[in-house]
Design a protein around this ligand. Structure first.
Ligand code: ADP
Ligand code: MG
Ligand code: MG
Length: 898
């Protein structure tokens, strides 16, 4: 028969799925010999059974019975025994902790009789009645769903009658009175008296924990965080220990290192004569953990020893909850603690120094997302404390970065002001697609409603724009163009505010922004061996050295200019995976493109191309120089030609005006006709990529010639250019064959002209499903593949990114259709499957084929791990993401990679 209950001596830390995080770690501490009050855990399996069938599994009651009996034997008291009651807590504890789940109920087992026994045994009547009123209050609130305010109000009334605001001034009689009042509230709200039978109390509390798995807030949280809905929660029943037994008792929380900075040394808070959450609820001022040494030197010493044991055992930062009962220390919880990005790097580095973990393990303790956080410019903390700047509110850290600007309250003003050179922060209750222009114009976005999947959050992340969302305490009044902070500060339109998308803080005034020292290190401005480098930079440096040696995949950058290429190289890029050429056709060169499009004869066309050629050659020379010795994949022109023509409305107006005035407008009219001719309903699927190369004679060969000549120039200057020619948007091998032959012909011509050898690979992007599905054939004509995962995602899903992201992605995320946008993180099941097919068939057809990826996914941590698994040779991403990709490629290759 299945086993549904485990005593704390039976479990261990690896049983989190079955016992939940709290239960597994309570068991682990018990087995380490630490002072944990005895108890048992009811498994998640029992919960799953209860939730799916509506009743607890057969045998569970008997098992609980047996375990309780065993607990009673150990403690020498029965649950709720009138003259000397055993009390227990009933604590929820899922695999992942979740807001909205039922909170813990303490002091189960008290009733009108046992409270007297507890008073007599402890010799402390105040303590007994305080414990009892806590039970009725917590039970009423969490098990019976009674509004907590009712209980709070009663407490306030009793305090007021006493003329105090401090709970320490309340005596036994006050608490006894509160118990009476609380029992009345329960009777009134539920129609039944407070359950006095201790076993009934326990059973009701256990069921309430089970049921709370499906509480709306918990369900929403799971959908958003991609936590499976069917895991269920465990329930822990634990003998009570009492921190509210006088000033020699108390309760506290602690971390084995500072989770904010990562600095070594314990860190925590302690509160005398208190129970449970009192220490974090802010009812009285806590004292720093160090002061416990003065209050109770023995318990303090024991606690320090235990924290040491825990760190050595978990080999990581732990956070703990403890209680001291009349000078005796008890451990109530531990887990590997959450930490900031900076702390993660520092701690990983320290643990290596201490010999606790290997470097390989250390790099598994940090993530690319954390590194990315450290790379954003941030507000100067010293200045925040300074004059003129005040923190006025807090929201969710939806999209990282630090933005400063004048508050504006609608999209129109955002656009108008930004056009006149003002920096603005768009403040809205929430955003919708109508706000898009304003969001683009703004430095950052602040909303008072909606979570990390709200429209504002999704769109801001897509644009890489700073966003703080769901700052519920801030009242945004768009009608009167002002917002009001909880402290009463009013921000009118035009007042400067600063928002921190990494922490979620909102400030009134201009907070100075400082460059990240980590970026300055990557840029080569800070030498990690010098005094300039702090311990964070040194930690990052050490881990980066390790991952660079460990990773199999290379990391390239997407860069279109010599400056970007140089920057990417400083950031550690090992080449360029995508050099787009479209920007090279803009600006002054538009006229040449116009001439190319309008040409009536092949001669005219050839002339236009001939003028573009030297300009293109210059473009490539700079990039090849910046990346000397490293591969540079140049993509031939990709976007539809009409993107280079003037705007249709502007042009129509110009023609109409000229006509009305009777002026000559021959050229404009011709261009307008061309614009109409080239107009496409759906340009993404129209005349672009290789299709352009096939229908505009000479365009691609001009580009290839420019690349070849630039390379020849570089060689003459002593350089080692390594261009690679990439053909975009190929759907069938025939397209590629034609263009490739032409490209090779041009290369041979240039070789003959200059008497050099130009052995440059020619390959293709794989960005259409058909290309992936026929990758074997395509590989016979391609020396490399580069997966263009942006377009591949668009074409696999049938999504036009610019349209869908702003219009309905937020609804999709909220309904849980997907947990993360497929443009942010690769859709492994769909797009990833096509990549797998193309990798296998491409390699089968051409074993030495070089495979890479150049979509934005190349810099996304989860996607990088996927690319490692399918065996790509390199990823390519924006220069700024190069360090993130290096780190994740190294983590993916690590021995302990999970
Ligand atoms: P959470 O998941 O919110 O941390 P816990 O189950 O840890 O909830 O319990 C809430 C509070 O009650 C914590 O401060 C915890 O230390 C305290 N607590 C839980 N069980 C006991 C117990 N048996 N004796 C004393 N305090 C307890
Ligand atoms: Mg806890
Ligand atoms: Mg593309």
């Amino acid at each position: 028969m299945a086993k549904y209950v485990y005593t704390f001596t039976e479990g261990n830390k690896d049983l989190k799925d079955l016992l939940g995080g709290k239960g597994a770690n309570l068991a682990e501490m018990t087995n380490l010999g630490l002072p944990v009050p005895p108890g048992f855990t009811i498994t998640t399996e029992a919960c799953r059974h209860y939730l799916s069938r509506g009743s607890v599994p057969e045998g569970l009651d008997a098992e609980v019975e047996a375990n309780l009996a065993e607990l009673e034997r150990t403690m020498g008291r029965r649950l709720g025994q009138a003259d000397d009651p055993l009390l227990v807590s009933v604590r929820s504890g899922a695999r992942f902790s979740m807001p909205g789940m039922m909170e813990t109920v303490l002091n189960i087992g008290l009733n009108d009789e046992s409270v007297v026994g507890l008073a007599a045994r402890s010799g402390d009547e105040r303590f007994a009645w305080d414990s009892y009123r806590r039970l009725v209050q917590m039970f009423g609130r969490t098990v019976q769903d009674i509004e907590g305010d009712l209980f709070e109000e009663a407490v306030e009334e009793v305090k007021a009658a006493k003329g105090t605001t401090d709970d320490l001034d309340l005596d036994a009689a006050d608490f006894r009175e509160l118990v009476g009042r609380f029992q009345d509230i329960v009777l009134e709200r539920t129609g039944r008296p407070f359950p006095s039978d201790p076993r009934e109390q326990m059973a009701l509390a256990v069921k309430a924990v089970f049921d709370s798995w499906n509480a709306p807030r918990a369900a929403l949280y799971r959908r958003q965080e991609r936590i499976p809905a069917d895991l269920g929660t465990a329930v822990n029943v634990c003998a009570m220990v009492f921190g509210n037994l006088g000033m020699d008792s108390g309760t506290g929380v602690a971390f084995t290192r500072d989770p904010a900075s990562g600095q070594p040394g314990v860190y925590g808070d302690y509160l005398q004569n208190a129970q449970g959450e009192d220490v974090v609820a802010g009812i009285r001022n806590t004292v720093p953990l160090a002061d416990l040494e003065k209050i109770d030197v023995r318990s303090h010493a024991e606690l320090m020893g235990i924290m040491d044991t825990l760190e050595n055992h978990y080999r990581d930062l732990c956070d703990i909850e403890f209680t001291i009962e009349r000078g005796k220390l008890w451990m109530l919880q531990t887990r590997v603690g959450k930490r900031t990005a900076a702390a993660a790097f520092r701690i990983a580095d320290q643990l290596v120094d201490q010999g606790m973990i290997t470097l390989d393990e250390a790099v598994q303790r940090v993530t690319g997302d954390q590194l990315a956080q450290l790379m954003f410019p941030r507000f100067d903390e010293a200045a925040v404390a300074g004059a003129g700047v005040r923190r006025i509110g807090h929201g969710m850290n939806a999209s990282p970065g630090a933005a400063v600007g004048k508050a504006v309250f609608d999209s129109y003003t955002a656009v108008k002001w930004s056009r006149s050179g003002e920096k603005v922060i768009l403040c809205r209750r929430e955003t919708n697609p109508d706000d898009l222009e304003g969001m683009i114009a703004a430095e950052g976005i602040l909303t008072s409603r909606g979570g990390k999947t709200s429209h504002a959050a999704v769109v801001a992340r897509g644009m890489g724009k700073t966003c703080v969302c769901g700052a519920e305490e801030i009242d945004v009044d768009t009608k009167n163009r002002r917002l009001t902070a909880p402290g009463g500060e009013v921000v009118e339109e035009g007042d400067v505010i600063s928002i921190d998308g990494t922490s979620g803080e909102v400030y009134l005034g201009e907070v100075p922004v400082v460059d990240s020292p980590v970026v300055r290190y990557f840029e080569g401005e800070i030498d990690p061996a010098s005094d300039q480098a702090d311990d964070l930079v040194r930690s990052v440096d050490r881990l980066m050295h390790y991952v660079d040696a460990a990773r199999r995949m290379r990391v390239r950058a997407n860069a279109d200019t010599a400056e970007d290429a140089a920057r990417a190289r400083r950031m550690g890029a090992q080449g360029i995976g995508l050099c787009r050429t479209e920007h090279m056709f803009l600006g002054d060169r538009r006229q040449l493109v116009e001439r190319l499009i309008l040409a009536d004869t092949e001669d005219e066309q050839r002339d236009a191309l001939a003028e573009l050629l030297p300009l293109q050659r210059e473009d490539f020379a700079g990039i090849l120089e910046a990346m000397d010795g490293l591969p540079v994949t140049v993509r031939l022109l990709d976007p539809p030609l009409h993107e280079f023509l003037p705007d249709i409305t502007e042009l129509s107006v110009r023609v109409a005006v000229a006509e009305a005035r009777g002026e000559s407008h021959e050229n404009d009219l011709r261009v307008l006709q061309a614009v109409h001719r080239l107009h496409e309903q759906n340009p993404m699927l129209g005349l672009r990529g290789v299709r352009l190369g096939l229908v505009v004679p000479g365009l691609f060969s001009m580009q290839v010639r420019a690349i070849a000549q630039a390379a020849v120039d570089r060689m003459a200057a002593g350089g080692r250019p390594r261009p690679e020619i990439m053909i975009p948007l190929v759907g069938t091998v025939q397209e590629l064959e034609i263009i490739r032959e032409d490209a090779l012909r041009v290369l041979r011509e240039v070789e003959r002209e200059h008497g050099v050898e130009l052995d440059f690979p020619v390959g293709t992007m794989i960005e259409l499903p058909r290309a992936a599905l026929t990758a074997g054939e395509i590989a016979e004509n391609a020396e490399f593949f580069s997966f263009g995962t942006n377009d591949l995602t668009q074409t696999v899903w049938g999504f036009s990114r610019d349209d869908v992201e702003a219009s309905f992605f937020s609804a999709y995320l909220e309904k849980g259709v997907f947990g993360v946008s497929p443009f942010e993180s690769l859709d492994v099941d769909g797009v990833g499957r096509l990549i797998r097919i193309a990798v296998e068939e491409g390699r089968a057809a051409r074993p030495g084929i070089k495979l890479g990826v150049c979509g934005e996914h190349g810099g996304d941590p989860a996607s990088v791990h996927f690319f490692h698994r399918v065996g790509l040779d390199y990823v390519s991403c924006s220069p700024f993401r190069v360090p993130v990709a290096r780190l994740e490629a190294g983590r993916a290759a690590g021995r302990t990679a999970g």
